[in-house]
Design a protein. Structure first.
Ligand SMILES: Cc1cc2nc3c(=O)[nH]c(=O)nc-3n(C[C@H](O)[C@H](O)[C@H](O)COP(=O)(O)OP(=O)(O)OC[C@H]3O[C@@H](n4cnc5c(N)ncnc54)[C@H](O)[C@@H]3O)c2cc1C
Length: 348
């Protein structure tokens, strides 16, 4: 109903293809057909009228929804599959994304989903893509539920998985008072007692950056410092102390740090802690399809968000270190636009 109203208001043309149905797993993979290899299974179903999507987008958060909107508005048949675990879900408020500043991550995502859903060309599906492979027509993917779908092209908007250290309290504070980025959350903790959990060159660089937001910075190396004597001296000149004691726990109230506790039994008051934690790709599928990675572990893309495998695009956190909503949306939009151009070019 809402959709029809929208079309009327905006004079949106009728959908250029008939309504499609996402079949439940038991219908797709029942009985004797269950043993068929994915590509063969998909092929036989496509011949029986199963949808061949223009694009399947794996990951339906900020980057994936942006890609879906660009493709959907270009009258492309798009399936967005999302498992519902965006990296910022524990953050109380999101910042530094124009027009959405101060909203919760869920509010922003819900509003994006609502807008994307208005396009008849786009379908959103909850699920975890577990496998995939190239086919004659493009690609086939299979969900952990067993459902399978085929498309001409794939977009990976799968984000990254933060590998949090096993310090008690760290995970509970992640995104609340343990922060990944001063541009997203620095303003809210400006002037506060702030720690940096890092060492060596990375610690030195982050400490100097954070000193822009507060004059009360301490660098916690959680073990012997690997800073050079010159770096240590320069930090001290800026009244940034280096503490090498091992960290035992973060004491907090509902994710808001109160004190940092050390293995020697001492503690210090703290209100915010910045940490650059290692990460892993959420999905092993891009690598399985042959997409190259950068030395840092991102999916390698060109300026059009194309990976090194023809027909496969990647956007958002999985494709580079500029970790913000604005960048995820920008890359998703670019991926959707450039993929549309490719689809048009191939058929024209
Ligand atoms: C704690 C924290 C706080 C942040 N705060 C801010 C902020 O205030 N402002 C800001 O601009 N940025 C912030 N960021 C950064 C911002 O959240 C990310 O840049 C943004 O979420 C990236 O969007 P994305 O779509 O690439 O990935 P994500 O938002 O992480 O979404 C990836 C999606 O892909 C899905 N997925 C993964 N694998 C599969 C699969 N195999 N099948 C189906 N679905 C799959 C996941 O479930 C998830 O929904 C923050 C990040 C963190 C970690």
């Amino acid at each position: 109903m809402f959709c029809a109203g929208y079309r009327q208001k905006r004079n949106f043309p009728e959908a250029p293809f008939p309504a499609v149905f996402i079949r439940p797993a038991d219908r797709l993979f029942s009985g004797a057909r269950a043993h068929l290899p994915l590509a063969r299974h998909l092929k036989s179903n496509t011949m029986k009228g199963e949808q061949l999507w223009d694009a399947i987008i794996i990951g339906g958060s900020y980057a994936g929804l942006a890609a879906g909107m660009a493709l959907g508005r270009a009258l492309r048949k798009v399936l967005i599959i999302d498992s519902g675990h965006p990296c910022n879900q524990q953050t109380p408020q999101s910042h530094n994304f124009l027009t959405q500043d101060g909203k919760t991550p869920a509010e922003i995502r819900d509003s994006a989903r609502q807008q994307v859903r208005l396009y008849d060309t786009v379908r959103l599906l909850e699920g975890q893509v577990a496998a995939g492979q190239p086919t004659e027509e493009g690609f086939a993917v299979q969900l952990s539920s067993g459902a399978a779908f085929a498309a001409k092209k794939l977009v990976f908007a799968t984000g990254i998985k933060d590998l949090l250290p096993e310090i008690p309290g760290f995970a509970e504070c992640w995104g609340i008072s343990v922060l990944h980025c001063p541009f997203c959350h620095g303003f809210e903790v400006r002037g506060q007692k702030t720690g940096i959990l890092a060492n060596g060159a990375a610690g030195y660089e982050l400490a100097s950056l954070i000193s822009n937001w507060t004059g009360e910075v301490t660098l916690y190396t959680n073990g012997p410092s690997t800073l050079t004597p010159a770096q240590t001296a320069n930090l001290l000149r800026h009244r940034i102390h280096v503490i090498e004691a091992g960290i035992a726990a973060l004491e907090h109230q509902k994710g808001f740090i109160q004190n940092i506790h050390f293995t020697d039994g001492s503690r210090a008051p703290l209100r915010a802690l910045y940490a650059r934690v290692p990460f892993a790709q959420h999905s092993p599928l891009p690598a399985a399809l042959g997409c190259e990675r950068t030395p840092e572990g991102y999916i390698r893309t060109d300026s059009a968000q194309r990976t090194t495998v023809p027909g496969v695009f990647a956007c958002g956190d999985n494709a580079g270190p500029m970790r913000t909503l604005a960048n995820a949306v920008a890359q998703g939009t670019a991926a959707g636009m450039m993929m549309t151009k490719e689809l048009i070019g191939e058929a024209f």
